[in-house]
Design a protein around this ligand. Structure first.
Ligand code: BQZ
Ligand code: CA
Length: 695
């Protein structure tokens, strides 16, 4: 923070009367309390051991049609298809108990599958496809129901782990004898391939962005034996890193299929490697409960149960209960409409524009789906591209704007021009949206109001801060100009990236553009759809970004690396430039240090204190400008059982992970006849869509 005298000197130099700016400058105000909004579902909190364990059972069972195929010699006996000690879901944690086989869950999604090479960065269309196909070392989605005192990632492919006495090594024991959906063994080799050829090889960019910084600079991983891997960390007891071993960032692919295509083992370029498994390549081996068997572009992706799935219920029934999954390729808004109408089965109601209609329709007792609001965990921020050393666009205008972004007066102007109350109401009226200044969400367990600096809406203060940042409309056309030594003193023009697939993202962007205009800033929307948006986000091709934040703002313990550039590419808005370095600002370095300490802090009191420091420094400095935050609602067809009450649509992960789909079932008397490939099992890897299913 500049000292007062420095401030005066600076202002006099700018020829602006000190009292004018001081009087008008942006001043913090207490954050108004959020409108009261009670989540509908009551979560029953449990311990990790109440949810699952790993053990061999006396007997195992499978659907009748699978037993018949086995009898016909079409696949090995069940006991050879299961690991020595499968994961066993405990009945006590299953709301409706042991399930029955049959039926389908019909998802509707707004994305489109590019291909199945998730670990090389191919999008599969989101909406639960990649969540279901990617089983990871640990699992965090279901943690919304775990008691705070026992909170730690659930075991998954890694069934147990222990730290060395000095805390620098973590030995992980992987599930033993599990197989991919094509019958090939899963082993430590798959984890090592992912680590060496997809994470450490910086020419490969796994979807959801795992990179060497994700697991702590200098971290190494080695294979101990076929079922054991060992991590070595620079810091002692970086327990937080277990969250980064969950969905998104440590979900190994099938090395036996991927390795031969990797540039180090073939003539493939990295691009050819990434695209070696196009969307028409069926049954890419997965550790997930269902494998892809059919794909019709812009129409549907169909998955069938994986006969090698390595999880069972306490009666020894091999999971999943549901035989089939659909992903109808449509739009995100249509997902809400179809689920409410009953032609779809599942939706995360996350676009506030659809709240009233969805509430009205689902209030009808005869409505096919139930709707349950959770806490305020869906939120948006305006992120500033801080790179002035070559990450993203490097033309004069872009660099000039990024340098403006690095100026606190400018960021105070931006945060003061935002009327967050109006932004929220532009999405939906009523008690849903709350003002979100920035930093962690008000609903986060680590949120501390006293540490949160909120600059309220004040156009006059915004204009004063813009003047303090050296911007003046030198040619009188109503648009502020750069100082003459920046981008030739031209009008300031700022691109704002947003995801065109969501009305909410577009509505908020329109609001920001209009509020910018009122203070003389020309903000130009850059609305991109799906993977084009994600690519622009990931390569910094924007000045500002209206982004729906994920777990870093909700839990702080997941995607923690998004909170500060603790590595060359860990945040969405400030990555390493051409020189491989992140041009970190002074206050930002403090955030980096706090996040690095938080990742290794074991004492809960220290963790809370560190997050208060993070909140203070990040909101004092408007690290990003919060926009609005509101609750999401899970809409799910009433025929499904074993959906935990209060399952949030987003917390550690999305509801597609949180509700543990492999445990969900439909009671016999409610089963629909919607299976498209009844009584079949997945085709061979590389089959053509819909061809060669086992029957
Ligand atoms: C949920 C989610 C499951 C990604 C995606 C999508 C991508 C982003 C984000 C959400 C969709 C749904 O979100 O909106 O409700 O089903 O898929 O993965 O927005 O474009 O890159 O971060 O999660
Ligand atoms: Ca001008």
């Amino acid at each position: 923070m500049k000292t007062l005298t420095g401030l005066f000197a600076g202002m006099l130099a700018l020829g602006v009367s000190a009292t004018a700016v001081l009087a008008d400058g942006a001043k913090p105000a207490p954050l108004p309390d959020a409108p009261k909004f009670d989540a509908q579902g009551q979560v029953k909190f449990v311990g990790v051991g109440d949810i699952l364990e790993y053990k061999a059972l006396a007997e195992y069972h499978e659907p009748d049609f699978v037993a018949a195929l086995e009898k016909a010699g079409k696949l090995p006996p069940l006991k050879d298809r299961l690991p020595k000690e499968p994961m066993v879901y405990k009945t006590g944690n299953m709301k409706d108990g042991i399930g029955v086989y049959g039926d389908v869950m019909r998802h509707v999604i707004g994305g489109r599958p590019e291909g199945w090479n998730y670990t090389a960065g191919q999008s599969q269309g989101w909406g639960g496809i990649d969540i279901g196909l990617s089983e990871c070392l640990t699992r965090t989605g279901p943690l919304f129901q775990v008691k705070a005192a026992e909170l730690q990632p659930l075991p998954n492919l890694a069934k147990s782990w222990e730290w060395s006495a000095d805390g620098h090594q973590l030995t992980m024991h992987l599930i033993e004898g599990a197989k991919w959906s094509d019958g090939e063994p899963f082993s430590a080799d798959d984890a090592m391939y992912y680590w060496e050829k997809n994470v450490q090889d910086t020419n490969v960019h796994p979807l959801n962005g795992a990179n060497p910084g994700t697991f702590g600079e200098g971290t190494t991983l080695e294979k101990v034996d076929a079922n054991t891997i060992k991590w070595t960390f620079k810091a002692a007891f970086p327990t937080q890193v277990l969250y980064a071993m969950a969905y998104g960032t440590f979900c190994p692919g099938p090395a036996h299929i991927l390795a031969p295509q990797h540039p180090s083992n073939s003539k493939n370029t990295y691009d050819q490697y990434k695209n070696a498994f196009p969307a028409t390549y069926m049954a890419m081996p997965t550790m997930g409960a269902w494998a892809v068997v059919d794909y019709k572009p812009d129409n549907i992706v169909v998955l069938r149960r994986n006969p090698y799935y390595w999880k069972v219920d306490e009666k020894g029934n091999q999971l999943p209960y549901l035989n089939e999954l659909h992903y109808r390729l449509s739009t995100w808004a249509d997902r809400d409409v179809q689920t409410i109408a009953g032609t779809g089965d599942f939706s995360n109601l996350e676009q506030a524009e659809n709240f009233v209609e969805s509430l009205k329709k689902s209030a009808d007792p005869a409505a096919p789906a139930r709707l349950e609001f959770g806490q305020r965990t869906i939120g948006y921020a305006l992120e500033f591209n801080y790179s002035a050393n070559g990450w993203g666009e490097t033309d004069d205008r872009s660099v000039a704007v990024h340098n403006l972004n690095r100026n606190l007066d400018f960021r105070k102007a931006v945060t003061s021009m935002l009327d967050r109350q109006r932004l929220g109401e532009s999405l939906v009226k009523g008690p849903f949206t709350a003002i979100y200044p920035g930093g962690l969400y008000p609903g986060s367990a680590f949120f501390d109001k006293a540490s949160t600096t909120y600059y309220p809406f004040n156009a006059g203060a915004a204009k004063a801060e813009l003047a303090a940042a050296g911007l003046k409309d030198t040619d009188g056309d109503g648009i502020l100009n750069f100082p003459k030594d920046m981008n030739g003193g031209k009008n300031v023009e700022i691109t704002i990236l947003a995801n065109a697939d969501y009305q909410s993202d577009k509505s908020l962007t329109e609001g920001v553009v209009a509020m910018g205009e009122k203070v003389g800033l020309r903000v130009i929307p850059k609305l991109l759809s799906g993977k084009d948006h994600d690519a622009a986000r990931d390569t910094g091709k924007y000045d500002w970004h209206v982004i729906r934040l994920e777990s870093e703002a909700v839990t702080a313990v997941q995607q923690t690396e998004h909170l500060a550039p603790i590595g060359p590419s860990t945040t969405y808005f400030h990555k390493a430039g051409a020189d491989g370095k992140v041009d970190v600002m002074d206050f930002e370095q403090k955030l980096v240090d706090i996040v690095n300490k938080f990742i290794v802090a074991k004492d809960p009191k220290e963790r809370i204190a560190l997050m208060k420091q993070y909140q203070k420094i990040s909101t004092d400095n408007v690290y990003w400008a919060g926009l609005t935050v509101y609750p999401g609602a899970l809409i799910i067809n009433k025929r499904f059982a074993n959906v935990a009450p209060g399952a949030p649509i987003f917390m550690y992960n999305w509801a597609e992970d949180n509700i543990i789909r492999e445990r969900v079932f439909v009671p016999k008397d409610k089963q629909s006849k919607n299976e498209l490939f009844p009584d079949t099992l997945p085709n061979k890897p590389g089959s053509a869509p819909g061809e060669g299913l086992v029957k």
